[in-house]
Write a protein that binds this ligand. Structure first.
Ligand code: WA2
Length: 281
């Protein structure tokens, strides 16, 4: 009988964990598809029309009204590809200088007050944010290539044509651990088998979404009852030897553990959900 109860407990935990993992993965996938569609929208209405049919007002309104399509995201933004040769012209046209994301004093960066940010140092190219959803308006004018995680994402997104994810890192202003999803925007509808070289050359900008993991996973788990029953942790397990805790507090071992795999659509990144019962039987 004891064995039967134990088996039953394991089954319950597995079912609860798999259900939560599936929900998180599905919501992530839904918003990823919508961010992809936004990248195509910018390509069609900003670059496909002359004059452009998108400005900050249109972008801000559209992204706010369609926010329900992107569950778990805290905001979307569009950064422009600007080669150094065009920097002066770009800054004159926009009436502001391209800002650097990183400062000597990390705490000030997190506050993210644009006037306090330094101008971006000279580089071959920049990726300043020109359009944003209201919720992330604090990143407008910041060069996304001046932050390591954002830069890696931009380089990988434009060479691959796929949606790519960063490792977890502290997002600007919110100071919460999050991930950024990036799609490149091209000046043409490129065939699926295009070379990375052609893709990089055809790149005009980058559409990105940020996921504030703690608050958004919390919101998701809240929708399901039984928060009193199980403890959930989400890890980035890309480096199996050094998993990064993305959600939850450090675990108190109550014996039984169930691991559900998560697929967030970027084959380079691996994620897992770990579930335990809150109390020992
Ligand atoms: N968005 C919001 N908060 C952030 C952030 C970000 N990146 N990086 C650090 N904190 C415009 O990939 C292009 C969004 C980057 C896209």
């Amino acid at each position: 009988l004891d064995k039967k109860i134990k088996l039953r407990r394991e089954e319950t935990l597995a079912n609860m964990c798999d259900e939560r993992a599936r929900m998180l993965q599905d919501q992530f996938n839904v918003s990823m598809n919508h961010v992809h569609a936004l990248a195509i929208l910018v390509s069609t209405f900003h670059y496909g029309k002359d004059p452009s049919a998108i400005d900050q007002k249109t972008f801000g309104e559209y992204t706010e009204r369609t926010a329900f399509e992107r569950p778990l995201t805290s905001g979307v933004a569009y950064a422009l590809k600007v080669p150094h040769s065009e920097r002066k012209q770009f800054e004159k046209q926009h009436g502001w200088t391209i800002k650097k994301m990183e400062m000597e004093d990390q705490t000030l960066v997190q506050d993210c007050i644009p006037e306090k940010l330094d101008p971006a140092p000279i580089r071959d190219e920049y990726a300043p944010v020109i359009f944003s959803q209201e919720t992330v308006s604090h990143i407008v004018s910041i060069d996304m290539m001046s932050g390591k995680e954002d830069r890696d994402n931009i380089l990988r997104a434009r060479a691959s044509g796929k949606g790519v994810l960063t490792s977890p890192f502290k997002l600007l202003k919110s100071n919460h651990l999050g991930v950024v999803l990036t799609f490149a925007v091209y000046n043409a509808d490129l065939p699926l088998d295009s070379t990375p070289e052609l893709r990089i050359e055809s790149t005009v900008g980058y559409l990105g979404a940020s996921y504030d993991i703690p608050s958004l996973v919390e919101k998701l788990l809240h929708q399901l009852a039984s928060k009193q029953t199980i403890v959930v942790n989400v890890y980035d397990t890309t480096n199996a030897l050094a998993p990064i805790l993305m959600y939850g507090t450090d675990v108190t071992d109550t014996g039984l553990l169930h691991i559900s795999n998560l697929d967030f659509g970027d084959p380079l990144r691996k994620h897992q959900m770990h579930c335990r019962f809150k109390y020992k039987p």
